[in-house]
Ligand binder design. Structure first.
Ligand SMILES: [Zn+2]
Length: 90
């Protein structure tokens, strides 16, 4: 069975059109200490289960998306545009 992702711009597409680019984590401010930047760049919690990742629709609209999924079962709970997601959290 093909794994499908529903892009908010392009509709339901095969996952091969996307690049998974890592967990959604808060970016430190420019004035944060080196330790905060080290953690942001290199340290990951690597949780098992449901969490959010950045996906890039490389073979489609080329937008950055936030995919909320279970990394154990690959069940997808929701896909939003990353910019809209960021603006919604402000
Ligand atoms: Zn798309």
């Amino acid at each position: 069975m093909a794994s499908l992702i529903t892009c908010p711009h392009c509709g339901t597409r095969p996952k091969e059109e996307f690049s998974v680019r890592g967990a959604v984590i808060a970016r430190p401010s420019a004035s944060e200490k080196d330790e905060a930047w080290h953690r942001y760049v290199y340290v990951r919690d690597n949780p098992k289960g449901r969490y959010q990742e950045y996906w890039h629709h490389a073979a489609g609209c080329r937008r950055w998306l936030v995919v909320n999924r279970d990394n154990l079962t690959h069940e997808v709970f929701g896909v939003t545009d990353a910019q809209a997601s960021r603006e919604g959290s402000r």
